[in-house]
Design a protein around this ligand. Structure first.
Ligand code: 4GO
Length: 223
């Protein structure tokens, strides 16, 4: 998969993409992630990317001509990519979206700043996504969220002992409770069944626990 990100703040991405599983995924060739500075697609000699909103009001709006130039250029070198705009007005992101995006050959993620985008850019994007009902200063953290959640679903990125099939949400429920050593911590012992060696019984217990926890905490997921 090829993932291209357009942003005014390229340096923000280094901490997430140069470590741990996302770094390994790039090193193994499962994904190629490229970061582009929106300013490099500016059309005028002053490299202007934003301007004052028509009709007045606070803040600045990202220019449609500059955004369009960026999308044209990136689509040329990532022709199969879905173009995704990160905004609070988008479809609310879930694990289902992550699974669907993980099947794509390419993604182009557009992270805005300031007061947002000239509305006319929406004609040139495939999807608009929000990571939740809150406002951020930019689309960079949503873009990182999408990359992280999608890349870990690409086959081979997680090892067998770290599989996505037991994740919260992958079965439509929250995850089951996990324990590791010590067996006893401040009078509280690990559930005996997990030490029984009976894997059929352990799986059944885990499913029950997942269901119980989901019913208590997230009944919306069961309905
Ligand atoms: C996305 C972008 C929130 C989200 C954003 C979200 N805030 N909930 N802010 O996914 C354009 C300028 C949008 C700032 C950006």
């Amino acid at each position: 998969m090829q993932i291209d990100i357009v942003t005014l703040f390229p340096e923000m991405f280094a901490s997430i993409f140069t470590q741990s599983i996302i770094k390994r995924a790039q090193d193994s060739g499962a994904v190629e992630i490229k970061i582009y500075n929106l300013r490099d697609f500016a059309i005028d000699k002053h490299k202007i990317v934003d301007d004052r909103p028509y009709g007045g009001g606070p803040g600045m709006v990202l220019k449609v001509d500059v955004l369009h130039q960026a999308l044209e250029k990136l689509k040329e070198q990532n022709p199969q990519a879905a173009i995704i705009l990160l905004t609070p007005q988008g479809e609310k992101y879930t694990q289902q979206h992550a699974k669907q995006l993980a099947t794509k050959e390419g993604l182009i993620l557009v992270a805005g700043h300031y007061e947002g985008f000239d509305d006319r850019i929406r004609k040139y994007v495939d999807q608009e996504i929000s990571i939740g009902d809150y406002v951020l200063t930019g689309g960079e953290i949503p873009a990182m969220t999408i990359v992280d959640s999608v890349v870990r679903l690409i086959p081979g990125v997680l090892g067998d002992d770290n599989s996505a099939s037991t994740d919260s949400f992958s079965s439509g429920m929250l995850g089951y409770p996990q324990y590791t050593r010590p067996e006893k911590f401040k009078e509280e012992k690990v559930p005996a069944i997990l030490l029984s060696g009976n894997h059929a019984k352990i799986n059944k217990w885990r499913q029950e626990q997942a269901k119980k926890r989901t019913k208590q905490r997230r009944p919306d997921l069961l309905s």
